[in-house]
Structure formats: C-alpha cells, structure tokens
Design a protein around this ligand. Structure first.
Ligand SMILES: [Zn+2]
Ligand SMILES: [Zn+2]
Length: 304
C-alpha cells in the first residue's frame, strides 16, 4: 500500500512539473472528475494489478506446454538488441490490432469506452480503465513475449515501461520529440485518439506511430485537440463505470425496460445524487455545487 502511495506522490510531483512547464491546454490539477480518476488509480494499485500479474503468470505457465521450443531457441540465438527490437515490434502489432478491435467490436467497446469517458486529459486520466479492458490489454500486449518464452522479469520491465509511457502520452503536455516522433508517438497523437469526434478513427498505437502509418490510421493535424470524451451518455461515478459494462442488455429488457444498461446506471447515479443532496439538507442536485451540477445535470441526457 505504501509503495502505491509513494508512487502516486512521485508521479504527481513529476507530472505537475511537466504539465505546468509545457502545458498543452489550460487545466487545473484538481479538475472535474479528478476524484473519479484517483479511484481508478487506487483500484488498480490495491486490487486489479495483483489480478493482472496472477493472470499473466498463469498464462505463462499454461503456454509452456505449447510446442514452441524450436521457435524460442531461434529467437534466443539472436543478439540481445535484435531480441528486444523484435519483441517490441511484435507486442506493438498485437496491441495495435487489439486496440483497434476494442473500438470496432461492441463486446470489447463496452469495456474500452470507460477509458474514453474522460473529458479531461492528464497523466491521471491514463488510469481510467475498466479492469477487464485493462487485463486483456496487458495480456495481448505481452502475449508475443510470453509465447516466445521471455523471462517474467523482462516482461515485468516491459509492463513498467509501457505503463510509464502511457502516463506520458495522456499527460497535458505539448512536448514534441522532433525526428524521434517517427519512432515513438508524442502525447499529441494520443490526445487526438481521445478527441470527442475522432476517437474511433485514429492513432491506436501504444508506443510507435509506425503502426498507424502502416495501417492507415495515423492522424496529426496542425491544430491541437480541445474536446475529449464520447458523444453517448455514460455513467460518471467509479462504481457506475465498473458495473454498467457488466450488465447484459437482456437483463434490462427482461424487466420491461427499453433503456440501455448505461441509461439505467446513469439514472441510479442521478437518484443517489438527489438522495445524498437531500440528506445533506440541500434542495436536490439543483442546489449542489457547480462541479456536481456539471456532472449530473449540465450534460446531454444529464437532467431528469
Ligand atoms: Zn481507445
Ligand atoms: Zn488513452
């Protein structure tokens, strides 16, 4: 627990300095839904990361039974730099296509869309991720390394590096990397991936934009993106976002409703916000603070 708290403190200071020195947009540190994203961080640190590590170890153990000995030997015979380059490219191809599928296939999108509900991009927003989306993302992006028999410590190094890179590309910084941008993506590319009207179309790569250039999804206009999120209404609370993708549509219909699970969970959130506001002696959400009003009322489909 204290490691998670220390890591959070170090990253907060580091990215506070970066986001303040090279801001891409004007943004407050404690912007709207900061608390929600902090809960996503805490949830990963305290619960979900352990489950992901156990899952990856299990998959690594199961795949040792596969007849891949010859392939693993030939990879091991390569020089170290070639092994590392090969594994980075293979993992980037795997996660590129999984990420693209996560936007195209409804079953995957219902979990991945949680990551896209954030309307404020900074380093902390990187943690807004449904645990099921997070587990399969970590699995797919490491599957080539697991299948080729890379040691778990090396895979842990890749996971840590990609995790830090993920924080950087979400952070509110305008740092450009010059010619290096051909090799590794600048934050601005991933910001366009989160742009409200573009987020189904472009910049799916995690690490290298070469994937997007190769497969026709590279997008980097002169202007910087300003609006983030998704057009469809979605739950805003941590619990609501965890639960809504797990509620099957048939179970909502079975009770005679024509609404989607998202609408049902959103209405439950509204009802509990009203109840909480009344309990605290206010006149419903209409009398609540501006940030609560923004969350529950001042958005399309937000008012009762
Ligand atoms: Zn995405
Ligand atoms: Zn993202």
């Amino acid at each position: 627990m204290w490691v998670a708290a220390l890591f959070f403190g170090v990253m907060s200071v580091l990215f506070w300095a970066l986001e303040r020195s090279f801001p891409a947009r004007r943004e407050r540190v404690f912007r709207s839904e900061w608390g929600t994203d902090f809960l996503f961080y805490a949830g990963q640190a305290v619960v979900w990361n352990g489950a992901v590590v156990s899952g990856l170890v299990l998959v690594a153990q199961v795949t040792t039974a596969l007849p891949l000995g010859g392939l693993r030997d030939s990879v091991r015979s390569l020089p170290l730099w070639a092994q590392i380059a090969l594994i980075i490219v293979l993992c980037d191809v795997a996660i590129y296509w999984f990420h693209r599928a996560s936007h195209a296939l409804p079953l995957l999108w219902r979990f991945h869309r949680v990551h896209h509900t954030t309307e404020h991009l900074d380093w902390l927003a990187a943690y807004r991720e449904h645990p099921i989306d997070g587990f399969f993302t970590r699995l797919v992006e490491n599957l080539p390394a697991i299948l080729l028999g890379f040691p778990l410590e090396v895979i842990a190094g890749f996971v840590a590096f990609r995790g830090l890179w993920g924080l950087f590309i979400h952070s509110n910084v305008s740092i450009r990397l010059g010619p290096l941008e051909w090799l590794v993506g600048a934050p601005r590319l991933h910001h366009w991936h989160h742009e409200k009207s573009e987020n189904n179309h472009c910049n799916f790569a995690n690490l290298s934009p070469i994937m997007d250039r190769l497969f026709g999804t590279f997008y980097d206009p002169e202007a910087a993106p300003l609006r983030f999120g998704i057009a469809e209404p979605s739950p805003r609370s941590y619990l609501g976002q965890l639960v809504a993708p797990l509620v099957p549509a048939w179970s909502v219909r079975a009770f005679g409703g024509s609404r989607s699970a998202d609408e049902v969970v959103t209405r439950l959130e509204h009802a509990s916000a009203h109840a909480a506001a009344r309990w605290f002696g206010r006149t419903g959400v209409h009398g609540a603070s501006p940030s609560i009003r923004h969350r529950w009322l001042d958005r399309p489909g937000g008012a009762d």
